[in-house]
Design a protein around this ligand. Structure first.
Ligand SMILES: Nc1ncnc2c1ncn2[C@@H]1O[C@H](COP(=O)(O)OP(=O)(O)OP(=O)(O)O)[C@@H](O)[C@H]1O
Length: 469
C-alpha cells in the first residue's frame, strides 16, 4: 500500500462497494454517464468511489484512491486541497479551485449528504476542468487588447503644414524651421513640451519633410500600456512566445514602420528593461522579438517626445543616461500656448471655422469674448483650445459667441449679468429670454441640464434655439 490511512482502518475497494452501494448498477452507470467528474467520500473522508469522468479529467484511477483517506491523497500530492474534508468540517457545500499535476485547473464543489439523524453520510463532489476555458479566456483577452491597440493606431492622416490650419508664430517658427532642416537627416530627435502643445503634429511634420514621407508614420504612447504589452507591441513576439500568442507570432511596430517613422510619445515612461532593448535599436538597428532567438533588423526613423524633464529622470536613475543622449541628438522644444499669445486668436478663428462646417452652424466670436480668451492661460494648451471652441460652437445661442457663453468654471470672475436690451416689449422679452437660456447653457453645459434648471422641456429649449438661428 502506498499511503498511510489517517486514523481509519483502510478498507479494500470491494468492502467500500458493498457498504455504499454506489458501485452497484444502475447507479454506477449513471455516475459514469456524467460529463463532470464525481468524487464521493464517506463521513470520515475516506474515498468511496469516483466516476469515469473524474479519471479522465484528473488522470487518477479508481484503484489509486478508493478506500484511502483524503488527507493522505493530499499529502501524496494527488490534489492540492480536499473539498470533502472541508465539507465534513463545515457541514455545508464548499467550492474550491484545485490544481492537479501542477498545471490543470479544476473547479470542485463538495456537497454533504445527510442521514435521517442529521449526521453526514457522504460527501458528493463534482469536478469540472476549466483549464481549456481559462486558456481560451486568456487568449481572447490578449486578442482584444491587441485589437484595442491596433485601433488606437488608426490615426487620421495629417494635414500638411502648408495647410492654413497649422498656425505658427515668432515663438514656434524657429522650432519648425529647425525641424525642417534636420528632417532629411537620420539624427534622432527628442521633442519636449507640455501636453497638447503639438508634439505629435511636429513629429508628423518631420516625417512629411523627410525622405520617408511615402513610408508609414506610426505612433505609440509609452505611458498608455503595461510593460508586457508595450514590449509585445514595440518588438513583436515569436510564435508561441506566451500563452495565447497567435501561432504565427506578431510583427512589432519596429517592423511595421519599416521605411517610415516611429514616434514614441511619453518616452519618459518607458520601463528600464525596455530602455535597454531600445538602446540596441538606436545603436545597432536591431532587436530581439519577445520569445525570439534571432535578432531582427529594423529601418525606422525614431522620433521621441516627452512632457517631462528627462534630465531629472536621468538624475533619479529612472531613465538611462546613454539612451537619453542617443535619442536627443537634436532636441526640439514647443513652448506652452501661454507663451505663444500671437497664435491664440488665429487658432480660435481657425477651429471655429472648422466646427462651424462640422456642425453646420454659423458662429462668430464677439470681440469681448475673443479678448478674454486670448488672455486666458490655456493650461491644456492647443488641445484645450480646440475642445472649448467645439463646446462653444455647439452650445451657443444665436450666432455670436459672447462673454456670457464662456464657461463659468474657466472664467469664474465673469459676472453672470444680462446685457441691456432695446426694442419693443416683444423684442425685449425675446432677447431677455435668449440671454437667460444662453447663460443656463453656458453654466450647465447641456440643453437637458439647462432646460431642467429653467423649468422647461428640453424640446422647448431646442425649438427656441432653432428659432434664433
Ligand atoms: N500649430 C498648430 N496649429 C494648429 N493646430 C495645432 C497646432 N499644434 C497642435 N495642433 C492641434 O492641437 C491638438 C494637440 O496637438 P498634439 O496632439 O500634437 O499635441 P501633443 O503635444 O502631442 O499632446 P500630448 O502630449 O498630449 O500627446 C491636435 O489636434 C493638433 O492637430
Amino acid at each position: 500500500m502506498r499511503y498511510r490511512v489517517t486514523g481509519i482502518k483502510p478498507q479494500t475497494e470491494a468492502e467500500r462497494v458493498d457498504a455504499s452501494g454506489f458501485d452497484q448498477e444502475p447507479l454506477r452507470s449513471f455516475l459514469d454517464a456524467l460529463h463532470d467528474g464525481v468524487y464521493i467520500t464517506d463521513a470520515n473522508g475516506i474515498t468511496v468511489t469516483i466516476n469515469k469522468a473524474y479519471e479522465r479529467i484528473t488522470g487518477i484511477s479508481r484503484a489509486e484512491v478508493v478506500g484511502f483517506h483524503m488527507a493522505d491523497l493530499v499529502k501524496a500530492g494527488f490534489i492540492s486541497k480536499s473539498a470533502s474534508l472541508e465539507v465534513i468540517r463545515e457541514r455545508r457545500p464548499i467550492t474550491l479551485v484545485q490544481t492537479i499535476h501542477g498545471s490543470r485547473k479544476i473547479v470542485v464543489t463538495g456537497t454533504p449528504m445527510f442521514s435521517a439523524d442529521g449526521s453526514i453520510a457522504y460527501v458528493v463532489t463534482s469536478v469540472r476542468d476549466i483549464t481549456e476555458l481559462l486558456l481560451a479566456k486568456h487568449a481572447q483577452e490578449q486578442l482584444e487588447q491587441i485589437q484595442r491597440i491596433r485601433e488606437a493606431y488608426k490615426v487620421p492622416e495629417i494635414k500638411s503644414l502648408s495647410a492654413p490650419g497649422v498656425i505658427t508664430s515668432q515663438q514656434t517658427e524657429p522650432c519648425f524651421a529647425l525641424a525642417k532642416r534636420v528632417a532629411k537627416s537620420t539624427a534622432k530627435i527628442l521633442i519636449q513640451g507640455e501636453t497638447g502643445t503639438g508634439k505629435t503634429l511636429l513629429a508628423r511634420y518631420i516625417h512629411q519633410q523627410s525622405d520617408r514621407m511615402e513610408g508609414p508614420f506610426l505612433e505609440l504612447n509609452c505611458a498608455a500600456f503595461p510593460e508586457g504589452l508595450l514590449e509585445a507591441e514595440l518588438f513583436g513576439y515569436a510564435p508561441g512566445a506566451f500563452t495565447g500568442a497567435t501561432p504565427r507570432g506578431k510583427q512589432g511596430l519596429l517592423d511595421v514602420a519599416h521605411g517610415g517613422t516611429l514616434f514614441l510619445d511619453e518616452i519618459g515612461d518607458l520601463p528600464l528593461a525596455l530602455q535597454v532593448k531600445l538602446l540596441k535599436v538606436v545603436e545597432e538597428n536591431r532587436y530581439l522579438p519577445v520569445g525570439g532567438t534571432a535578432f531582427r533588423h529594423t529601418n525606422v526613423r525614431l522620433i521621441t517626445a516627452t512632457h517631462q524633464y528627462l534630465n531629472d529622470h536621468v538624475k533619479k536613475g529612472s531613465f538611462r543616461e546613454d539612451l537619453f543622449y542617443r535619442i536627443s541628438v537634436v532636441p526640439l522644444w514647443l513652448p506652452p500656448l501661454r507663451q505663444r499669445r500671437d497664435e491664440v486668436i488665429p487658432l480660435l478663428n481657425y477651429y471655429l471655422d472648422h466646427f462651424n462646417q462640422l456642425h453646420d452652424v454659423n458662429r462668430r466670436w464677439n470681440p469681448e469674448a475673443l479678448e478674454l480668451l486670448s488672455n486666458y492661460s490655456w493650461p491644456g494648451n492647443i488641445r484645450e483650445l480646440i475642445n472649448l471652441t467645439e463646446r462653444l460652437a455647439v452650445t451657443a445661442v444665436g450666432d455670436e459667441i459672447t462673454t456670457t457663453t464662456l464657461p463659468h468654471e474657466i472664467f469664474p470672475a465673469l459676472p453672470l449679468s444680462l446685457e441691456p436690451v432695446s426694442g419693443d416689449l416683444r423684442q425685449q422679452v425675446k432677447r431677455f429670454e435668449q440671454q437667460l437660456i444662453q447663460q443656463a447653457l453656458a453654466k450647465h453645459g447641456t440643453t437637458r441640464a439647462a432646460a431642467a434648471v429653467l423649468g422647461i422641456d428640453q424640446s422647448t429649449l431646442v425649438k427656441k434655439q432653432r428659432r434664433w438661428r
